[in-house]
Ligand binder design. Sequence first.
Ligand code: KG4
Ligand code: ZN
Length: 343
Amino acid sequence: MTRILALETSCDETAAAVVADGRVILSSVVASQAAHHAAYGGVFPEVAARMHVEVIQAVIGQALADAHVSLAEVDAVAVTRGPGLPGSLVVGVNAAKGLAYGSGKPLLGINHLEGHVYSPWLLTDREPPDFPVIVLIVSGGHTELLLMRGHNDYQRLGGTLDDAAGEAFDKVARLLNLSYPGGPAIEISARDGDPTRHAFSRAWLDGTWDFSFSGLKTAVLYTVRGQPYGRPLVGAAEAIDPARVPDLAASFQATVVEVLATKAARAAERFNARAILLVGGVSANQSLRAALIAAAPCDVIYPPLSLCTDNAAMIAAAAHWRYVVGQRDALDIDVLPTWPLAG
Ligand code: KG4
Ligand code: ZN
């Protein structure tokens, strides 16, 4: 049995977890700063880094205590090396180096996106996914469509050319005067809205596996302001009438969901995937899950909410498959804020 202690501090969650054999969560502690960033309508990088420093030791201690293991009993220390906010990543990487150096355990630097990819392996009430799989990573910072043929074996099919899906939710939520983070707020508001009320155009980018969401955000802005799309906006923004919000939220959500679900399902068909893994914070969206299940030619696997949003258990799960093939990183590794997962 391998037991890996993992740390995750790429954005605004300070997290530590101990996972056995890449599948069994012995502990998973997440200290979220979301409430502290809400006032800014997004993550404030300097505040995030400082808050990681304040809580990381306590979070690590709690993860070891909850798992009933000592540092001497774990096989390796893993940490998110990127992509993410540089100042935030540095806190986790330095803490992990200290733990590895002090205990003599190997250090493994892990790609945050690979962590999201491995979150479905933490579902112990079902068999692990069978390859090949299509992976749709949809989070605040990323929208990636991958073909995974085996462990550690990825082919990037496409991704967003501009805003990430979660970023689009967050930005549109701001336009609609909804709270941060925008995804859950839009989903809740959309329940009372008519998704066909506003016919926002879909950016299909035919012939590619890419996505684009920034034009949609602009289209929502023009609709909110009641001005013709494509001309310069005139006059100052006024507070939006709350009665208009549900239809706008529902129409926006339906547009994003249709494009994501259709493209992921087409990729599964094209590459004969055994399953589609839907991961990252936006995978919490119920209407995305439902649309993907309806469109997919195969199984759709999505982790529960606690594993969709950033956590360290998924980093430990990814690290397991790196550990067993011998990855060991030097104690002088640096953070990689823009590290792509695959070419
Ligand atoms: O994976 P995650 O926790 O952090 C990143 O690595 O980015 O994803 C956070 C993102 C935010 O943009 C948030 O608005 C979005 O996930 N999100 C949702 C929902 N819950 C969270 N988007 C749509 N619907 C949701 N229910
Ligand atoms: Zn994430």
